[in-house]
Design a binder for this molecule. Sequence first.
Ligand code: MN
Length: 230
Amino acid sequence: MSITVGGAPPEHAYVNSSYLHAVQQAGGVPVLLPPQLSGASLSRLLRGLDGLVLTGGGDVDPALFGEAPHPKLYGVAPSRDTVETTSVRVALDRRLPILAICRGVQVLNVALGGTLYQDVGSDPGTSLRHSQDGPRDQPSHKIAIEPASRLAETLGADEIEVNSMHHQAVKQLGTGLRAVAWAPDQLVEGLELTDASRFVLGVQWHPEELVAESEPARRLFTALVSHARV
Ligand code: MN
C-alpha cells in the first residue's frame, strides 16, 4: 500500500554532470556546495577549496539588486543566492580562481553590486535568440572577445561560436568588473576582473557542454585548474 502526500515536491540539490566531467577532464576534483549549507558549514567547506565554479540555473532574486520581479522571472532560490554570493566573496578574499558560467556570471555581477536584465526579450529587447532551440552541445551565435583580455588569452581566440541558454544578462557592471565579450546584439557574454593579476572569468554561455568539440571551452577549464594548483 502506498500513501500519497500532497503539497510541494521535495527540494533537491544537484548539478548537471557536464560540469563535473569538464572539471575532471581538466585534472580537477569537483565538490558540490549544496544551497542548504548553513553559514558555518559553508565556511568549513570553502576553506578546503582551491577554486570556484559558479554553475547555471534559475534566476537571481532581483531584490538583491533593488528591483521588483519581472513576470518572466523563474526558479528563484534565495538559499542558493546566499550560498553563492557568500562563496564569491570568500573566493575573492582568498584570491581563488573563479569560473562563473551562465547564472554564475549573473551571480558574480550581482555579488559585486551589478544589475541584470531580468528578461532580455523584454529589456533591452533583442531579436537575437539567446534561448536556443538546438541541442545544448551545439553553438548558436557568435561572440566577439576583447583581444587584450584574460578571457581572450585563455580561450586562445577573439571570436568564437557559443551555445546560448539564458533569458537574463548582465546590465550594469559590478565593482571591479569589466565586460570583455559581446553577442552580435551587444549583450555582455563575458566578464573579468579589471585586476589583470587575477583569474576571475565569467561567461554567459555553457562551455561545460562544448568541451568535446571546442578547444576554447576546454581551455577555460584547464586554465581554472592550473590556477587552482598555484
Ligand atoms: Mn547568448
